[in-house]
Design a binder for this molecule. Structure first.
Ligand SMILES: Cc1ncc(COP(=O)(O)O)c(C=O)c1O
Length: 254
């Protein structure tokens, strides 16, 4: 198999390690696509997410940091030829006008209603990114202060020089059994939790042709057994967070 490019995924709001990825790409003459579906609004050493690779793609699905009320997304590039190609692909492979078709494309137009909603939400987006930092700081403080040695639940960290936009606030339980108990107890208390993601990419049926097996990516496999995410949005109150943290940390101590 000949590798042509790298799709780096910015997970949970944090950009991937683009210094390392770009160096590998350069050495091997590969293009890089930034999957910035979860990182729109994040910072990477003074640069913004969506500007960290040859092309970046983000998502405006409702659950994303900048979410519309339905589907939507955007591509970013500073390469004019690529920008023209993407614009053409977006509208059925258009050429100089929309009834001139020079290639097979897709219908990838952003719906007008979604565009209007996103435009309004974009104005308060910087404020919401700040609020997200405050919500996470509160979660971290509550979860750390209630279990100083962090033996039970691991909180997320952000490397120096980076700022996450916290698409998710994810924690690691001790093991699968502990996670199941936490989810059951949270559910009973009316607190939604979610698992992103229960099956690592290399074990997905869709990629079975690549012949990976269990044990090939032990860290991903381990995390997929223990990870879970808490409610996360810019308007979460300290009071709600306290209640959530207490339920999470009381699990397994009884
Ligand atoms: C990392 C990542 N990539 C891609 C996507 C796909 O985005 P969309 O469903 O808007 O195409 C998502 C959204 O779930 C995502 O989280």
């Amino acid at each position: 198999m000949k590798v042509k490019g790298i799709i780096a995924v910015d997970l949970f709001g944090l950009p991937a390690d683009y210094d390392a990825i770009t160096a590998i790409a350069k050495d091997n003459n590969l293009f890089v696509i930034e999957d910035a579906a979860q990182s729109f609004g994040a910072d990477y050493h003074g640069r913004k997410a969506c500007s960290l690779a040859d092309v970046a793609c983000t998502s405006f699905f409702p659950a994303k940091p900048l979410g519309g009320y339905g589907d939507g997304g955007m591509c970013f590039t500073d390469n004019d030829d690529l920008a023209d190609l993407i614009k053409s692909l977006r509208i059925h492979g258009k050429g100089i006008h929309k009834y001139d078709n020079v290639r097979i494309g897709i219908n990838g137009r952003l719906d007008t209603l979604q565009a209007a909603i996103l435009k309004a939400k974009f104005e308060i987006f910087p404020e919401e990114v700040e609020l997200r930092q405050q919500v996470v700081q509160r979660y971290n403080e509550m979860l750390v202060s209630l279990q100083p040695d962090l033996a039970e639940i691991k909180t997320p960290m952000v490397p120096d020089g980076m700022r996450s936009v916290w698409a998710q606030y994810s924690l690691l339980a001790k093991d699968t059994e502990h996670r199941t108990k936490i989810q059951e107890r949270s559910n009973a208390a009316g607190i939604p939790t979610a698992i992103y993601y229960p099956i690592p990419l290399h074990l997905q049926a869709a990629f079975s042709n690549l012949d990976y097996t269990k044990g090939d990516f032990p860290v991903s496999e381990d995390f997929s057994q223990r990870i879970f995410s808490l409610p996360m949005h810019p308007y979460l109150t300290a009071e709600d967070q306290k209640r959530i943290s207490n339920v999470i940390l009381s699990t397994g101590r009884e």
